[in-house]
Design a protein around this ligand. Sequence first.
Ligand code: SF4
Length: 376
Amino acid sequence: MDGLSLYIHSPFCRKRCAYCSFVSYAGRESDIPAYTEALKTEIALRRIPGAEIKTLYFGGGTPSLIPANNLLDILTTIKEYYTLPEGAEITLEANPGTVDPEYFKALRASGVNRLSLGVQSLDDAELALLGRMHSSDAALEAIDQAKKAGFDNISADFIYGIPGRTPGIWEAMLRKIVELGVQHISLYGLTLEEDTPMFERVKRGEIAAPNQDATASEYETAEEILADYGYRQYEISNWSLPGFESRHNLACWERMPYIGLGVAAHSFVDSRRIANTSDLDEYLGCLKAGGLPTQTVEIIDGPGALSEALFLGLRLNRGVAAGDIQSQFGIDLYSRFSGEINELVSLGLLESNGAIIKLTPRGRLLGNEVFIRFLS
Ligand code: SF4
């Protein structure tokens, strides 16, 4: 198989952020050596003989809590079972509060060539509200250290829609980050998830809930500022300088095959979506006994695959080409979805030139309203 992507999930975090609903474990760092061994076993069990890896992504959780020697061990095992060519994109998500110059140098030496830094904000009061473990200075320092260690493909994640933020604060932090020369920026709207400390604080009336108008306005401000600095938006939440799009994430949105390894990781191979257990102890126990940690397997074909191709494709700024849908599914997009397309165009959420449909700027703000129309 050509062009496989690998995703490795690291579920460890030093502390839980106030808004977090991801699968992550605080206070379990002593399990990292056992987790490394479990990952090595899973790499071997899920191998696809002869496959070449196009992109490799360490996500989390906080992958930068994994010591460099453990990462090297994982990479060495991957190379035992797969071809990992020189030009493969190898990304690691890093939390600014967990890194130092030596760590960055060790990452570069091991072959990691792209960093995704969880900056989230450059305002200390906001970082405290989010329950992040780093300060604004630590984030700026991490970018500087990464550049000095030789990273020339750095992404910074930010959160928009933080209660209490003024337009001036947001604009200033966007300008600051682009002037530091990061090549890629991801922006995620703050969502209030039940059972998080932030949700409870909002419920008790201690802090305001994210305001929809302010959230939309911050998104529009970001679109303008990033375009001014030469960043191109290529997906609802992602902007990059030309040539620095995340190849890994593009492969997922294009429904290319990927294997996910680790707690709560998902794979997509041969129309099957495989989900691993989200329970760290179950994961470790399964792999120790030599078994796969699979929790569910779902076949994604027919109408389900078509819906997925449409809503993932519409996330991309280039949109969905009717020709691609015809060749993949044997379906005429404009006949099959004429009602939906006409309605969404008249609402100003979708634009169409007769060959391609794509979200309008307003459609990007209200993406879920569009995607739901294409669900099977
Ligand atoms: S670092 Fe990320 S995964 Fe970990 S607790 Fe914070 S938001 Fe959740």
